[in-house]
Design a protein around this ligand. Structure first.
Ligand code: SF4
Length: 83
């Protein structure tokens, strides 16, 4: 699944499955931002402290379409099952 080019490079990313529900940017507003014109959310800042890291992990868990991935996991539920 293609990773959105809007993401700032790093551990977390949003891919093309995103439906723009804006849950992630509500959970981790320091790290995810909505692009209302494009209809998706993207990572605009990678977490740089434990609070942001845990909120990003929570957003990844909660994303309804498994569109948030983290380097090394393969993304979301499928990534966790692979480990
Ligand atoms: S929670 Fe998932 S589907 Fe919803 S905006 Fe964020 S990445 Fe997109």
């Amino acid at each position: 699944m293609g990773i959105l080019k809007a993401n700032i490079p790093g551990k977390y990313h949003v891919d093309e499955r995103c439906i723009g529900c804006a849950i992630c940017s509500a959970i981790a507003p320091q790290n995810f931002r909505s692009d209302h014109e494009q209809g998706y959310d993207y990572v605009y800042k990678q977490p740089d402290n434990e609070v942001e890291e845990s909120l990003c992990a929570e957003a990844m868990d909660i994303c309804p379409v498994d569109a948030i991935g983290a380097t090394g996991t393969g993304g979301g539920i499928s990534g966790r099952l692979k480990r």
